[in-house]
Write a protein of this length. Structure first.
Length: 343
């Protein structure tokens, strides 16, 4: 592993206790709600927040006792923090100059990196003349210029508009793929995490609640936060073969299981009816509409009943059913869309 760390930071009302390893060339994203400890973890790795306990090693060398500038790390801040009085070229050359390179050597290395990120033509531009996407790429080039073994990215796309974000996300993934050190990324955006990261670590209240490849985490969320992040309804219950009891509701599922279990299904799998549907759907219950809102191209209906749930339906279905808050409806989801896994 390039990075092995156990980060313990104790504050009066909060404790971060996070153990993590990152392999060479691997990108790990830290996800979690506000106040979970993501930024504290990143700052601890950078040496900007002191550890109360624990350790940090890079390529087998202990670094947690070193000052920030002595650690083999590069960091891209959310607001990039480019030096406003320096050109793009000299911003990138700043790190090598601090490491002892001559001005000529540092600027030569900086020019190579700017060309790699597609900004050779902007070498003389000051930060105020760069677009958001260009500034992000200069910040990345500056972080890579010190030849780090650990790259830290703090919400690197948050300052970009939606159109620029799409383009820069793709470019950033390509640059991270070419980086042979360890990368730790902090983001609130699940799409950024899914596209950029090889592995997700989800933190809540300073501790890891789930980790794994993005697809595995998305398929089997283990907390309400993760379920909301990946857009699933999630419940905890007791399984007996292909049925899981959640409160007073018995749900049929696609997988046989026994013991404590999670049950999840997507909002789009939930069908709504004004009256009880014909036939005998296995997963059927009455619910009350608590709210209705636009959700992308669809409409999200908030339901309360034996379980709370979100249902995504089309605007046409909303009009046809004539739904409104306060109404009683019937909700149904197919067993084939209802997935159970061990809690």
């Amino acid at each position: 592993m390039t990075l092995r760390a156990h980060l313990v930071v104790v504050r009066p009302a909060f404790t971060l206790d996070l153990a993590m390893e990152v392999a060479p060339g691997e990108v790990v994203a830290l996800l979690g709600p506000n106040g979970a400890g993501k930024t504290t973890a990143l700052r601890a790795l950078a040496g900007l927040t002191p550890l109360t306990d624990g350790h940090i090693t890079l390529d087998g060398t202990t670094v947690h006792g070193l000052a920030t500038e002595q650690r083999p790390i590069g960091m891209v801040f959310q607001d990039y923090l480019l030096f406003p009085h320096l050109s793009a070229l000299d911003n990138v050359a700043f790190g090598p100059r601090c490491q002892g390179s001559s001005k000529t050597e540092a600027r030569r290395a900086a020019a190579t990196l700017l060309e790699r990120v597609g900004l050779a033509g902007q070498a003389a531009a000051k930060p105020r003349h760069l677009s958001g996407g260009q500034a992000q790429r200069v910040a990345l080039a500056r972080a890579l210029a010190v030849r780090p073994r650990l790259l830290l990215l703090d919400e690197p796309l948050a300052a970009l508009d939606a159109h620029t974000r799409l383009e820069v996300r793709s470019q950033l993934r390509r640059h991270l793929t070419a980086f042979d050190g360890a990368t730790v990324l902090v983001t609130h955006d699940p799409l950024d995490a899914m596209v950029l990261a090889d592995r997700l670590i989800v933190i809540e209240n300073g501790a890891i609640v789930q980790q794994g490849p993005p697809a595995a985490v998305a398929r089997r969320p283990r907390t309400d936060y993760v379920a909301h992040l990946v857009g699933l309804n999630l419940y905890r219950g007791q399984a007996d073969d292909r049925r899981v009891k959640v409160g007073e509701l018995l749900l049929s599922t696609s997988e046989p299981l026994r013991g404590p279990a999670f049950v999840a299904f997507p909002p789009a799998a939930l069908a709504l009816y004004r009256t009880r549907p014909d036939g005998s759907p296995r997963n059927l219950w009455q619910a009350r509409i608590e709210g209705i809102e636009r959700h992308g191209d669809n409409v999200r209906v908030h339901l309360d009943g034996p379980i709370t749930a979100f249902a995504d339906i089309t605007p046409a279905a909303l009009a046809e059913l004539d739904l409104m808050p306060g109404q009683e409806v019937w909700a149904s989801v197919k067993a084939t869309e209802t997935h159970a896994y061990p809690a």
